[in-house]
Design a protein around this ligand. Structure first.
Ligand code: RIB
Ligand code: CA
Length: 314
């Protein structure tokens, strides 16, 4: 089996961190070509630093990491320190990163990497879509060279940052509209799916039992990150949003999905960033997204536990 070539665009962030661990645990299945960072959960100065800290912890100080856009296209930056903490990785303390930040801008890395490719690279987006949107505007040819986007974002029922919108698309709805109308194959992993993947105490116990720096970091992050969601939703633990994207790339059979036309609200402040999914094709608009509907949560956590154990091997 040839490893799937991927680029990860993220805003670490606790769940982004777990997604990076999951992606880096199976190099025989996922060949991570680079990691681009964007302002989102915390400002860009922290998301780029956090990505480097996490890659060093995972033993991948060789990976090229890029800083991208420091604010959304049009709206002021909204961050989520109340969820992820002031550092973006509250709950753990990592040493200052020694690995370099690449000097190339993330947008130019995306353009160069995808336009030079044979169209075989998948882009996993775990944060606001600003970097990808700017790349599409700057070099439209990129649209013909992205094999697929697998995006954590959107909400069909309840939102999180507002009653109707999910954080990533709320932060930069104009970027989301550029991406959703670009004609690039796209799989959408919304809150309606990620809220099926709760890191319950039993599931965290299995990870904690691995008893390694990586497992301690995973549990430490989730113990802190879970408080907000547990208080807000009454969940028995945090939902693992971003790792669901990586799990989809590793084990797509854990998921069910359907093709539909998806649009995003960019004008009404009441529903800004809301994704509207035409499940029954009433608009006659051609589908532009593969909308994930369900996840096999037990299988997902078995995969995640295996990944943390693999990264813990000497
Ligand atoms: O709404 C959840 C998403 O927003 C996740 O990607 C989380 O990391 C934040 O970026
Ligand atoms: Ca994220």
């Amino acid at each position: 089996m040839v490893a799937k070539a991927i680029v990860i665009d993220c805003d670490p962030g606790a769940d982004d961190a777990i997604a990076l661990f999951l992606a880096l645990a199976f190099p025989e299945q996922l060949n991570v070509l680079g990691i681009t960072t964007v302002a989102g959960n915390v400002p860009l100065s922290l998301t780029q630093k956090n990505a480097r800290c996490l890659c060093e912890l995972a033993g991948r100080a060789d990976l090229p990491i890029y800083a991208g856009c420091s604010r959304p296209l049009l709206r002021p930056l909204i961050t989520a320190e109340d969820v992820h903490g002031k550092t973006g990785l509250d709950g753990i303390s990592l040493p200052e990163p020694q690995m370099p930040l690449q000097s190339q801008h993330a947008v130019d890395f995306l353009i160069e990497t995808f336009t030079r490719s044979t169209g075989n690279i998948t882009l996993a987006t775990l944060g606001p879509l600003t970097n990808l949107a700017v790349a599409i505007v700057k070099q439209p040819a990129i649209c013909q060279h992205i094999h697929e986007i697998v995006m954590m974002g959107g909400a069909l029922t309840q939102g999180n940052i507002t009653p109707s919108a999910e954080f990533n698309l709320y932060v930069d709805p104009q970027a989301a509209q550029i991406v959703l109308t670009a004609g690039i194959p796209l799989t959408m992993v919304s809150l309606d799916v990620t809220h099926q993947a709760i890191a319950t105490p039993e599931r965290l116990r299995a990870i904690r039992a691995i008893n390694s720096p990586i497992s301690a970091a995973t549990v430490g992050l989730l113990d802190h990150y879970g408080v907000y969601d547990m208080q807000r939703y009454g969940f028995s633990g945090p939902p693992l949003h971003d790792p669901c994207v990586i799990a989809y790339l590793l084990q797509p059979d854990f998921f069910t999905s359907y093709q539909a036309y998806v649009a995003v609200e960019t004008t009404s402040e009441l529903t800004m960033g809301r994704t509207v999914v035409d499940r029954w094709h009433v608009t006659n608009q051609p589908p532009n997204a593969n909308v994930v509907e369900s996840i096999e949560a037990d299988g997902f956590y078995q995969l995640l536990t295996h990944a943390i154990a693999k990264l813990s091997e000497p």
